[in-house]
Write a new protein. Structure first.
Length: 240
């Protein structure tokens, strides 16, 4: 048996409660949302500017492009506003600030690292490898997120991790992503779902397909076939 020499490095990934993410904080009860908006409209434009300045002073240093974030959260509640009402950008930003909350996504724990080769290997010395590391972050309320770091392993097995930004940026979700059928099928086979149910779904799809097309394929199979066994139900769930 070949022996394996292990050298422990002094690199540590530790929680940091100062890195925070802006999340929506919109009441489930529409009446509460309307009440908040009513109180916001009780301020005149000058008072709104003053309150917005306080928000920017307190939160601006912890987030990049905070105005874009506030406007995106304003749009989440915009349907509760009178459609004919024209609002200044200042008031839109202030309203957006009323429906956000900061979340320290790695305040409790940062663990479960996984590592793969980085797609960009340019500009490295011979024998070095740039890597991407994924980590599970756990914050308040034990909500888990995935984070990423990058670094370089040199030819002598030394590891250097790139500095972490003080800002946390959430991904922009693609509502209808496109998938490659070959890699998608291989992944399902790797997960143990190589069966007639999986093949029936994949046969409805082209070489590339969107999430909407996948949903139509699943719905078509449900209409034309009796999905009764637990294995079939589990296959459909995992394909989706």
């Amino acid at each position: 048996m070949t022996s394996l020499r292990i050298h422990r490095h002094d690199i540590q990934f530790v929680p940091d409660s100062s890195r925070v993410l802006i999340r929506p904080f919109v009441p489930l009860d529409a009446r509460r949302t309307v009440n908040i908006l009513t109180r916001a409209f009780s301020l005149n434009e000058e008072e709104t500017e003053q309150e917005l300045a306080k928000v920017m002073s307190e939160f601006g240093g912890r987030h990049t492009d905070i105005e874009r974030l506030l406007l995106s959260h304003f749009r989440k509640v915009q349907r509760h506003l009178p459609t004919s009402r024209s609002l200044s950008v200042t008031r839109q930003l202030f309203i957006g600030s009323l429906f956000i909350g900061e979340y320290a996504l790695e305040s409790a724990a940062l663990f479960n690292p996984s590592i793969v080769a980085h797609p960009d290997q340019s500009g490295l010395a011979d024998g070095s490898l740039r890597v991407v590391i994924s980590l599970r972050a756990t914050g308040e309320g034990h909500i888990s997120s995935i984070e990423f770091r990058s670094g370089v392993i040199d030819g002598a097995a030394g590891i250097a991790i790139d500095p972490v930004s003080r800002y946390v940026t959430a991904p922009e979700l693609v509502p209808n992503p496109t998938y490659d059928k070959t890699s998608f099928t291989f992944k399902l086979m790797e997960m143990g779902f190589e069966n007639p149910c999986m093949e029936a779904i994949m046969n409805t799809l082209g070489p590339t397909f969107t999430l909407a097309e996948l949903d139509r394929g699943v719905k078509s199979l449900r209409r034309t076939s009796q999905i009764v066994s637990r294995d079939e139900q589990r296959t459909v769930e995992c394909v989706r």
